[in-house]
Design a binder for this molecule. Structure first.
Ligand code: ZN
Length: 231
């Protein structure tokens, strides 16, 4: 009975130790293609050269409610930038955040983050529990440290609205705004710069901006590591 179970456990432990030992000596391959890579960001020279750098131009998010949000991202969400974003979010590679933050800080338009406080887009609590961290917060903390900006982790997300599937845009916005609030004991900064990993539809950023403005923020802009093409 327990003899076999014990050796199974021992085999698992040895295998885990062996994997960790290998990971410690073998340099990590390129996160996008698997070729050998080095440096602060694990991308090979080809994937690094292929990064889709965007201009300093911001995009204007507008849901027709009259309050728009200027948003900016350094990179297009494809190739190496997509691989790093997904590794941070789904593989828990939080060590990547500092290198990603360096890419943001190197090219952020000054008008966007001047004197602002960085506000991470909150993750649904169930998702945060499963993942163990909020990638937007990890990224915001790294950017704040590099740029010497304040981190204001003042938003929270609750309620049952965990998924955005199967709703039209207006319903999604209303559900998102209903699920967001300012954390008890926190206040909304006068100049808020929302931070998230990827800008896709902008619905989440607009919902966060509406909550921040209602709580007293005079200016709200947004900063993401990458944005999908066409945004
Ligand atoms: Zn590569």
């Amino acid at each position: 009975m327990s003899g076999d179970g014990g050796s199974d456990t021992l085999a698992r432990v040895i295998s885990a130790l062996w994997r960790n030992a290998l990971a410690a000596v073998a340099p990590p391959g390129c996160f996008a293609c698997g070729a050998s890579a080095g440096g602060a960001l694990p991308l090979c020279p080809v994937c690094r050269d292929g990064l889709g750098w965007l201009s300093a131009e911001t995009v204007c998010l507008d849901d027709g409610s009259g309050s728009s949000v200027e948003a900016w991202a350094p990179l297009a969400y494809r190739g190496g930038a997509k691989a790093l974003t997904r590794a941070l979010k789904f593989r828990g590679a939080v060590a990547l955040a500092d290198g990603m933050a360096a890419q943001v800080v190197a090219s952020v338009p000054t008008k966007l983050d001047e004197g602002g406080s960085l506000v991470p887009v909150p993750l649904h609590p169930a998702r945060r529990r499963r993942r163990g961290f909020n990638q937007a917060q990890v990224l915001a903390r790294a950017i704040a440290a590099r740029a010497g900006l304040e981190l204001a982790d003042c938003l929270m997300r609750g309620g049952a609205g965990g998924t955005q599937m199967g709703r039209d845009r207006d319903e999604r916005l209303a559900a998102l705004a209903g699920a967001m609030s300012v954390r008890p004991g926190s206040s909304a900064p006068a100049r808020a710069v929302l931070v998230d990993d990827v800008l896709t539809t902008g619905a989440t950023l607009l919902a966060c901006a509406a909550i921040l403005r209602a709580a007293g923020s005079e200016q709200v802009s947004a900063l993401t590591y990458a944005r999908t093409p066409g945004r």
